[in-house]
Write a protein that binds this ligand. Structure first.
Ligand code: KIV
Length: 302
């Protein structure tokens, strides 16, 4: 750890965490923390906070790009943002979220796109949404050296099929399917699984049924770790607020207040002041003013 003035003196963790260390945290009974980030500035701050995993989520489609769902996000969107995040991170394990259409079409497409996250964007792993239907794809990625995080429950790329962002696995039958999916994903080689928007007892039973860590979002306190979307945590996304999205800060009004003060000071002429301006040596200034005062001789045309 080093104390870094740029982060308010926060202790910035130096050593890069590894995927085996994340997996071991479940056995050791240590909670895993994960947050999203989408650009270098916030990646530096999230990394400085000491969280274990940074997810470059396809939620960027909603919180960064203004789409109503994650469905329109492309691989190029993801790779550009993921590369920026990896330039800002030294400590956390980095996971790139495979966007809709990048892994469903064929095993080859899934391999090619997942490889882009590792080669072009510096990610350590990828995340795929789905249960039994992505087991074979997951196995192919893992066999080819790509670490995979699963994602079950409310998988936002299927929001139209679900009829909205709704809690999943509420019946005993659906909960059983979700737990079976978790077991299959573990057998396919996933190193951890996100469980989103399911009743807390279902996530607790799924967590007990597998040996790899579960990371919950809207899935109660008994998962091995927790993830939230950064813009929800900081109060920077006002379009809607899921019940599970605890706000640890309300940065929106703070940002608008700062921008209003800039706007006011420029209009009233108090910014920039001497502190924020560059000076010139008196002699240089006098010479320049004398030069400008003399009438200019016409240039000789040769
Ligand atoms: O895209 C995302 O941010 C996610 C998290 C909500 C887990 O998938």
């Amino acid at each position: 750890m080093t104390s870094d003035a740029a982060y308010g003196g926060a202790q910035v963790p130096q050593r890069k965490l590894t995927i085996p260390e994340i997996v071991a945290m479940k056995r050791e009974g240590k909670k895993i923390t994960m947050l999203t980030a989408y650009d270098v500035a916030f990646a530096r701050l999230v990394d400085a906070s000491g969280v274990d995993v940074i997810l470059v989520g396809d939620s960027l489609g909603m919180v960064m790009l203004g789409h109503p769902t994650t469905v329109p996000v492309t691989m190029d969107d993801m790779v550009r943002h993921a590369a920026a995040v990896s330039r800002g991170s030294r400590h956390a394990v980095l996971v790139g979220d495979m966007p809709f259409g990048s892994y469903q079409t064929s095993r080859e497409d899934a391999l090619r796109n997942a490889a882009r996250f590792l080669k072009e964007a510096g990610m350590d792993a990828v995340k795929l949404e789905g249960g039994h239907e992505v087991v074979e794809t997951t196995r192919a990625l893992v066999e080819n050296g790509i670490a995979v995080m699963g994602h079950v429950g409310l998988t936002p790329q299927r929001v139209a099929q679900f009829g909205g962002f709704k809690v999943q696995a509420k019946s005993a039958e659906a909960a059983r399917r979700l737990i079976d999916d978790c077991v299959s994903l573990e057998q396919a080689g996933c190193f951890s699984i996100v469980i989103e928007s399911v009743p807390a007892p279902v996530a607790a039973l799924a967590t007990g049924a597998i040996g790899i860590p579960t990371i919950g979002i809207g899935a109660g306190p008994d998962c091995d770790g927790q993830v939230l979307v950064l813009h929800d945590v900081l109060g920077l996304f006002g379009e809607f607020k899921p019940k599970f999205a605890k706000r640890y800060a309300e940065l929106g009004p703070i940002v608008v207040d700062a921008l209003r003060r800039f706007d006011r000071e420029v209009r009233e002429g108090t910014f920039p002041d001497a502190e924020h301006s560059f000076t010139m040596k008196d002699a240089e200034r006098t010479e320049l003013e004398r030069d400008l005062a003399e009438p200019r001789r016409p240039k000789k045309v040769v």
